[in-house]
Every structure is written in structure tokens, then in C-alpha cells.
Ligand binder design. Structure first.
Ligand code: FE2
Length: 280
């Protein structure tokens, strides 16, 4: 069977896991990613797996003030050309067909990823359907992510996390006290990298890289394939450990400044988590 991604090994060897990179893929005509196939998927998934709202929103839209369209899920898909909407199908690995597609994609990536970040786990898939000129607000994600673009054109803007997100915010996010959407007025000062995606393009978004998306002049469909690793787990554990250090009056160093101290904090957090939740 032909590979899904072109030139994967060379591209990943030079950039993964810390830097974004572009790939070419062969999924653009896959029958699972048409609007009618997605309407069928919507009927099979639990209602809570589908998030949808108006698409003409702000890059720094407060998440609790996101406007709705008043449409049903089915009507949102049927009227995606005329009514500005944004949809996310979350955890599509719940469905056998989409889990198979996710596994097939990740099976190609896993050997390259394992060289630097070890085995993949918590493999999850998301599908985004959006109207023309729709915005996904600025946010970050705690997982490794390859956004496979299938239909329409979209621009994704990637920021250096250190430029716009304080360490305290990362820590609060992992402690469950801060939202993944990032609001604020620091965007103007930050240097972003723009990636313009056409069907057949994919982009790797590193763990916790702030990003936002705007679609072009036609509806878009993308498939996001994600995984966790020992690197993403360690980042999350370090942030949680630092959250508690700060809460009790300490001043943890920025991640990476003191690697031995970071490793000790990750170990301590793992032990503490095991003690508080021995079956977790
Ligand atoms: Fe994202």
C-alpha cells in the first residue's frame, strides 16, 4: 500500500518534536471525510463529542462568550456554505472506521517519533469542519498534533509559546485551573509563523504551541491526529509540580534552565500522583 505521508523520515528527523513542519499527504479524497460521511458520523457519536458554534468570532474570543448559530448539527453541515459556522468532532477514535484511519496514519509516524519521544500513547483524532472566513481562536494543546488538511484553504498561525504565554499560565492549565484558549493583548508583539494549507498539506504543531486558524473563501475540512509521549507527559508533570512550588511561595526556574531539577520535579510529581490515585 502506498504511504500516506511523503518524505516523512527526513522531515521529522530535522524538526520533531520541537519545531513545526509541513508534510504532504494522500488522504484528500478519502471517503470518510466528505460532508455526507461526517453527517453519518455525527449520528453515531455521542452528542457531547461534537462542539459547534458561530465561525465569525475573534482570535481572542473569550470561550464563555462564544456565539452560537441556533442550528442543529445536521443543519450546520448542510448549510456550511451559507451560515458561518465552526465544528469540531472530538475523539473520533470512538468510531471503528475513524479509529482505523487514525491508526493507519499514526502507524507511519510512530517509528520516526519513537526515536526522540518514545512510544505513542493516548492516540486521539479530531475532525474540524468550518465555513469560509471562520476563525478558531488562539489556543494551545497538550498533545503532539499533525493537522491533515483535506478541503478548502486555511491559514494557521503558530507562535513561540515563551513569547505570549507566561509559565504561570502553563502551570495553571495543567493543574486544571486555566482554559486552553488564550485571551489577551500580547499578540501584536509576538512573531508568528504563517502556514497556508491546501488540500494535500499537513502541518505538525508541537506540544503547547499557541496557534489560531482562519479559513479562506470556501468551507474547510481537516483531520487532526494526535498522540502523547514521554516528552509531553514530562512537560505536563513538570508544569503541575511547578504550579505547587509556586503556590507555596517558591519560584520555579523556567523549564529547561535546570534539567536535573526539572527531572527531579517530574519524578516527584509522578510519585505524588501515584500516591493520591494508585489506580490512575
Ligand atoms: Fe489546536
Amino acid at each position: 500500500m502506498p504511504a500516506i505521508f511523503d518524505n516523512l523520515q527526513a522531515v521529522m528527523a530535522s524538526a520533531y518534536p520541537a519545531r513545526a513542519f509541513l508534510l504532504k499527504h494522500r488522504l484528500r479524497d478519502h471517503p470518510l471525510f466528505t460532508l455526507s460521511a461526517l453527517a453519518d458520523l455525527a449520528r453515531r457519536l455521542p452528542a457531547g463529542a461534537i462542539e459547534y458554534n458561530a465561525g465569525d468570532i475573534l482570535v481572542d474570543q473569550p470561550p464563555d462568550k462564544t456565539p452560537q448559530t441556533g442550528l442543529s448539527i445536521d443543519d450546520t453541515l448542510k448549510r456550511i456554505e451559507e451560515k458561518n459556522s465552526w465544528m469540531a468532532f472530538r475523539h473520533v477514535e470512538q468510531d471503528d472506521a475513524y479509529r482505523a484511519a487514525l491508526e493507519e496514519c499514526l502507524a507511519e509516524i510512530a517509528p520516526c517519533a519513537a526515536k526522540t519521544t518514545g512510544a505513542m500513547h493516548k492516540k486521539q483524532g479530531f475532525i474540524f469542519v468550518s465555513s469560509a472566513n471562520a476563525v478558531t481562536p488562539l489556543h494551545f494543546d497538550p498533545e503532539h498534533n499533525i493537522l491533515i488538511h483535506l478541503q478548502g484553504r486555511k491559514r494557521i498561525m503558530l507562535y513561540q509559546s515563551a513569547d505570549i504565554v507566561p509559565d504561570e499560565y502553563h502551570e495553571r492549565f495543567h493543574a486544571g485551573a486555566a482554559h486552553r484558549n488564550l485571551c489577551g493583548d500580547t499578540l501584536a508583539d509576538a512573531q508568528a509563523e504563517a502556514y497556508d494549507l491546501e488540500p494535500g498539506d499537513a502541518v505538525y504543531v508541537p506540544v503547547k504551541t499557541p496557534h489560531w486558524v482562519r479559513t479562506g473563501d470556501e468551507p474547510c475540512i481537516s483531520f487532526s491526529i494526535t498522540w502523547r509521549s514521554r516528552a509531553s507527559d514530562a512537560e505536563a508533570r513538570l508544569r503541575i509540580a511547578n504550579h505547587y512550588v509556586r503556590k507555596f511561595g517558591g519560584a520555579p526556574p523556567p523549564p529547561g534552565d535546570q534539567p536535573a531539577r526539572d527531572a527531579a520535579a517530574v519524578f516527584a510529581q509522578r510519585v505524588a500522583a501515584r500516591l493520591t490515585n494508585p489506580f490512575g
